[in-house]
Design a protein around this ligand. Structure first.
Ligand code: APR
Ligand code: PHB
Length: 408
């Protein structure tokens, strides 16, 4: 018995839970969680972030990089836009092509607004740096996270970190943990509806240290499938090709990628494109998904935890920014003015805007991709959709208004 004591004490110490308290527990340290934390901390509201991955892992993810004016404004308000203001590329338009001809949609002229090209990886880095300044605690490499008591006044999160059990009691939980995180599942299935649409293709993307083929983005609806010429900065290009959803990226040598891209781009772009080795190559599936409602008890979902858009139109990050706007405003109104209205109406307000972007990205996806199951009638309708945008200023204006971002 005596010989067992040290081991028993060690076991007891391991089993002991470290208890903490905060106002807002934020699950997930992607763009949604980081920007929410930054806004709350600037307003003097206490919060903690719990992130399953390491900081290095979060900073290695490559995602779309087209920011609506509203997203840029949000980052400026959060005092996290110094590098964005310096290095972001202002785009006043983009081009659409049917693989032969190309026309421009002049965002600035048609909607009075522009977009900014600046990688999501950079935004994440800027937000981490800003949060280091604000002193917000970020717990990395959290494991076995559980969300408890969200329908009471004191929700609790429990997890394990470096072998230690931890607990965080809070006033509210922000579920910013992406599509695969546990927050959405914490809403009882009887209390939520999920709307889903999957598309029978994916995007094969590469990043290459070459100058972009054009100063602006080119979206191509070629008879061989969709292609997109995008960029991160004047010496870093991002290109995409429509491929089958289960395509293996290792089947695509750089040469195969560039040859196929040249065949899909309009001649003027194909002739001038500069090619080089890819520094990243991956396939992403396309999906539209919305959960309704995005709040339950004291849990609120933001960003990819609540909804997913196909990348056509680059709305993913921008929707995360608008959710964070509605949720941070609601929490600030509650703590600073004792006003519950924003909290009560969060789901309804955020989803009204989410569905409009959902429609827009679905519309762009439908207009620009080759669908294996389309009959001749569907194909004519798809041609006409594209021709309408090309030939009608109002058609282009509607696209410009949606692309640059609808009001909050
Ligand atoms: N516990 C803690 N963190 C978790 C857990 C978990 N169980 N599960 C997931 N996470 C973390 C992920 O590791 C990730 O860092 O939640 C974070 C979610 O980040 P994103 O998936 O980037 O989602 P979000 O912050 O809403 O950003 C939305 O960014 O991801 C893109 O395409 C997306 O552009 C969209 C925008
Ligand atoms: C990107 O640059 O990664 C990008 C740009 C526009 C899109 C999607 C992705 O619509």
């Amino acid at each position: 018995m005596v010989a067992c004591m040290p081991q028993y004490n060690l076991w007891k110490r391991r089993r002991k839970r470290i208890d903490m308290r905060t106002q807002i527990a934020i699950i997930g340290g992607g763009p949604s969680g980081l920007s929410l934390a930054r806004k709350l901390s600037l307003a003097g509201i206490d919060c903690r972030i719990l992130e399953r991955r390491s900081r290095a892992h979060v900073l290695s993810r490559i995602r779309a990089g087209v920011l609506e004016q509203g997203t840029v404004d949000q980052l400026r308000n959060a005092d996290a836009a110094h590098r964005l203001d310096r290095y972001g590329l202002l785009h006043d338009g983009c081009s659409l092509s049917d693989g032969k001809d190309m026309f421009r949609v002049d965002f600035k002229k048609l909607s009075g607004k522009s977009v900014t090209v600046y990688g999501q990886t950079e935004i994440t880095r800027d937000l981490y740096d800003a949060l280091d300044d604000s002193g917000v605690a970020i717990h990395h490499e959290t494991e076995s996270l559980e969300i408890l008591n969200i329908d009471t006044e004191v929700p609790e999160i429990r997890w394990t970190e470096q072998g230690m059990r931890k607990s965080l009691r809070c006033d509210f939980v922000a579920g910013c943990d992406g599509y695969h995180g546990p927050s959405r599942a914490a809403i009882p299935t009887s209390q939520r509806t999920e709307f889903n649409k999957s598309y029978p293709f994916g995007w094969l993307g590469i990043l290459s240290e070459t100058p972009p083929v054009d100063e602006e983005l080119i979206y191509v609806r070629s008879s061989r499938g969709f292609a997109l010429a995008s960029m991160r900065n004047p010496s870093l290009s991002r290109y995409y090709l429509q491929v089958p959803a289960d395509e293996d990226p290792t089947e695509w040598s750089d040469d195969r990628f560039w040859n196929e891209l040249r065949r899909r781009l309009p001649e003027q772009a194909a002739d001038t494109i500069v090619t080089g080795p890819s520094i990243e190559k991956s396939v992403a599936p396309l999906r539209s998904f919305v959960c309704e409602p995005i709040q339950y008890g004291r849990l609120f979902l933001c960003g990819d935890a609540a909804h997913i858009v196909p990348p056509t139109g680059a709305k993913g990050l921008n929707l995360a920014a608008s959710d964070v706007y509605y949720l941070s405003s609601a929490l600030i109104d509650y703590y600073l003015e004792n006003n519950w209205e924003g909290i009560r109406d969060y789901s309804q307000r955020a989803l009204r805007r989410v569905w409009k972007s959902m429609r827009f990205s679905w519309w762009m996806t439908n207009m620009l991709h080759q669908f294996p199951d389309r009959d001749p009638f569907d194909l004519r309708i798809q041609d006409s959709e594209f021709n309408f945008v090309r030939d009608s200023e109002n058609g282009r204006r509607a696209m410009a208004e949606n692309y640059t971002g609808l009001p909050y």
